[in-house]
Design a protein. Structure first.
Length: 330
């Protein structure tokens, strides 16, 4: 009988321990780092508030879009400050439907993305002494008329279109689009290894006044600083987009999303994230500062928070805002 009672007691304790583990308060909050400037900036804004205002340690986990989104599903990452929901539609919707993700807020929804050229390619730039070389270039399909203009320096028989970085979800979308229009027969499609390599490709051409065509998006310091033109495409249609990507990119809600357990693990931080909302313009403020001052996302975030104190202090209770300001020396 004693053994039986002891067994019951031990079983009950194991159940209690298991329940406690499920609801355990986090000591460290891990944010996803998808390796682009705006997500790094938003991560630092969030980290400043989480660390100084709520007394949690924070860390970031880097990786490809697919890997970091999977880590969020598994709870190795708690917070994703920028999920581009239509670029990652299948992964995102599957995780939402399974209950593995919980959306906190829309970070921003006024973004744009597609294939860009420097505006001087179409209109010229009198100030820089650049003549227009493709005045009739208006759409993605029009690129069929200009492979020689965008010549691949490593293969003169074709043009070159620069894709999104390898490992980004958008990379496959661009490839499908170009294949549908038959542009893959006229152009080599270059997938840079990182955002830095993509930026280098564009900025090098832009500073030299040379033709360039490739994928880009906003908000970025590039689109805020350079005069670029996005090439037109067919009006967005969901069925057509899903079939062959032969339309404009879909409207893209960029979400702040958390792991399913996070609202219970850190309810006060989740409440803050539910209030987190910016815009392309607000994000590009920080990214231009980052560029012009040759600094990093951490310093840009601190500068931005000082400049936009009236905004972010609305996301948190007054006492939390005071702790953050004290921690940042604002």
């Amino acid at each position: 009988m004693k053994k039986f009672l002891l067994l019951i007691l031990m079983s009950s304790m194991l159940v209690l321990v298991a329940c406690s583990d499920d609801d355990e308060t986090l000591e460290e909050i891990v944010l996803a780092d998808g390796d682009w400037d705006s997500i790094k900036f938003h991560n630092h804004v969030m980290a400043n508030i989480i660390e100084h205002g709520y007394d949690y340690d924070t860390e970031t986990m880097s990786g490809s879009t697919a890997n970091t989104m999977q880590a969020l599903r598994e709870g190795d990452i708690q917070v994703y400050s920028e999920i581009w929901t239509d670029n990652t539609k299948e992964l995102y919707e599957e995780a939402i439907e399974a209950g593995d993700y919980v959306d906190a807020s829309v970070n921003f929804d006024d973004n744009a993305q597609g294939l860009y050229v420097p505006t001087y390619v179409i209109e010229g730039d009198e100030e820089r002494g650049i003549e227009p070389v493709a005045p009739d270039l208006e759409t993605v399909e029009d690129l069929a008329n200009y492979p020689e203009l965008f010549e691949d320096p490593e293969d003169s028989s074709k043009g070159r279109i620069v894709n999104g970085p390898s490992g980004w979800a958008v990379n496959e979308h661009i490839e499908e689009k170009l294949q549908h229009y038959g542009l893959d027969e006229m152009y080599n499609i270059l997938a840079p290894g990182s955002e830095a390599a993509l930026v280098s490709s564009l900025s090098s051409a832009y500073e030299s006044g040379e033709p360039w065509v490739g994928y880009y998006w906003s908000p970025t310091w590039v689109t805020a600083s350079y005069d670029l033109t996005i090439l037109g495409d067919n009006p967005y249609d969901e069925d057509e987009w899903e079939e062959n990507r032969a339309t404009e990119f879909p409207p893209n809600d960029v979400m702040v999303t958390v792991h399913k357990d996070f609202p219970d693990q850190a309810p006060e931080v989740f409440e803050f994230l539910q209030n987190y909302e910016t815009s392309t313009e607000l994000t590009e403020q920080a990214l231009v500062y980052l560029l012009e001052n040759d600094t990093d996302a951490e310093e840009a975030a601190e500068w931005w928070m000082e400049e936009n104190e009236d905004l972010w202090t609305q996301w948190v209770p007054e006492d939390v805002a005071e702790k953050v300001k004290e921690g940042l020396g604002i």
